[in-house]
Design a protein around this ligand. Structure first.
Ligand SMILES: NC(=O)c1ccc[n+]([C@@H]2O[C@H](COP(=O)([O-])OP(=O)(O)OC[C@H]3O[C@@H](n4cnc5c(N)ncnc54)[C@H](OP(=O)(O)O)[C@@H]3O)[C@@H](O)[C@H]2O)c1
Length: 327
């Protein structure tokens, strides 16, 4: 099969299409003929050698979300049959014509969603669900601040949180990105290059602060995030591109009874991921089918153009998801 391989740690040029043996599904897995794969920021970290794949998945083929057709089902698989159209969260190996996925990490492709669109969903939707709703416990009527509102993660967070009845604030790096986020449903988007998000959030919330923050920035954002949280607020960290080591005012955490938490999804076991899939199918898939939540594709590249896809991601010009097509 055709697969995109990280030939060595480095820039986008180290990604090359090679011939690889087709994987074989285990007893609880399906083999998927991949139509499309999502490009996610963690793929860039993996390509650079900073984010190794977990055990049990190919170490040099990136790709954590895919959509395609089931072509083989393992002996214990009960839900899926050959010919079913699914999208799946995988630990790696998604940038390839064929990929295996645990049965429980697959979801049906809604009729109104294309394969390219479906492949844009798993990594960001699983991440947003488990962090904003399971860890962050965002409730209807509460408010959420999402940093990086135009990212793949951001477009999922804005749409799901709005659909669940929350007020959503975001930050983004340009007026164009802010307008994009507000078009998607964000109540207010703050251009952090023009405005101090800490002051604006406090003004917008009448000095109360927000209930939950989904943050991928860390570093000097952390004290400002804690300042922006309401009493009993929850800060949920999914990355820290500005730095892992931060100074925290513990007295503020105590005074406002704050929770600081976070998680990484990739290393979690299949039971954990299958439980998220069940929640997504129950709460979010009907909203996709009704069109209330929509996949947001910025650009799709042929697999051979994968270096261009990674260059685009590193430029951060994109708004929404970057995709690879394997058809
Ligand atoms: N913990 C987990 O399980 C998990 C799972 C998936 C993803 N993530 C993390 O979530 C983040 C978003 O992922 P994604 O795939 O949605 O990425 P993405 O689409 O590339 O979005 C990242 C956005 O972050 C903003 N940003 C601000 N400062 C940045 C910096 N120093 N470097 C890079 N970006 C910066 C950029 O928007 P502006 O131009 O507006 O600043 C950029 O568009 C990544 O950091 C990723 O590692 C975590």
């Amino acid at each position: 099969m055709k697969a995109v391989v990280i030939t060595q740690p480095g820039g986008p040029e180290v990604l090359q299409v090679q011939d690889r043996p087709q994987p074989k599904p285990g007893a609880n897995e399906v083999l998927i003929r991949v139509a499309a794969a999502g490009v996610n920021r963690p793929d860039v970290f993996q390509r650079k050698g900073n984010y190794p794949a977990p055990a049990g998945v190919p170490t040099d083929i990136p790709g954590m979300d895919i959509a395609g057709t089931v072509v083989e089902a393992g002996a214990n698989v009960t839900r899926w049959q050959v010919g079913d159209k699914v999208c799946a969260l995988v630990g790696g190996g998604g940038y390839a014509e064929y990929c295996v996925a645990p049965e429980g990490q697959c979801l049906p492709v809604p009729d109104n969603v294309s394969m390219i669109e479906a492949a844009s969903l798993p990594e960001t939707f699983f991440t947003v669900w488990t962090n904003v709703f399971d860890r962050g416990q965002l409730q209807p009527g509460e408010s959420l601040l999402v940093h990086g509102g135009s990212s793949g993660i951001g477009v999922a967070a804005i749409q799901i949180a709005k659909a669940m009845g929350s007020k959503v604030y975001v930050t983004a790096g340009s007026d164009e990105k802010c307008a994009f986020c507000e078009n998607l449903g964000a109540d207010t988007a703050i251009n952090y290059n023009k405005h101090n998000f800490k002051e604006l959030i406090m003004n917008l919330t009448d000095g109360k602060g927000v209930n939950v923050i989904l943050d991928m920035i860390g570093g000097d954002y952390t004290p400002d995030n804690l300042h922006c949280l309401a009493e009993e607020g929850r800060l949920v960290q999914i990355n820290a591109v500005k730095g892992n080591t931060v100074q925290v005012d513990i007295a503020l955490v105590m005074r406002k009874r704050l929770t600081i938490t976070g998680s990484t999804l990739r290393s979690r076991d299949t039971f954990f991921k299958a439980a998220i899939a069940q929640n997504l199918e129950k709460h979010v898939w009907p909203l996709l089918a009704s069109g209330m939540i929509q996949p947001v594709i910025y650009e799709t590249f042929a697999a051979e153009q994968v270096a261009k896809a990674h260059e685009l991601m590193e430029s951060s010009r994109h708004m929404g998801k970057i995709m690879l097509s394997f058809e």
